[in-house]
Design a protein around this ligand. Sequence first.
Ligand code: ZN
Length: 136
Amino acid sequence: MDWFGDLIFHNDKFLGIQWSFWKVLGWLGNVVFFSRFFVQWYATEKQKKVVIPSSFWWLSLIGSLLLLTYGLHRRDSVFIFAYAFTWIPYIRNLIIAHRHAKAHQTCSDCGGESPPSACFCPECGTKLPTLNSTAP
Ligand SMILES: [Zn+2]
């Protein structure tokens, strides 16, 4: 299994990468940014309809800011331009999602939406948790 060890650690480089603080930061940005696709895919499979959860926008925002920081450190104009403005729609989507969440309640079973006063999901009939219940 020596060949395997050489593949992982080669010339003191883990996975062939010379690690530094900036490499860790850049790769962390890659991992966070890439993970958003799985989060969105999972949410869509769970609800059997195309949805974009708020966590997708958070991962997009954090990942792109990490990658922008890395690009600024490298002074790479291609990298910087790629991530310089993407935070604007991410933050805008988070604001709209927050406002929408305050004005609606989402069914935990099917993802169906109803007004805050509804007791049952209009799509699947699941009983919804009532936050401001006035019932005895
Ligand atoms: Zn439902």
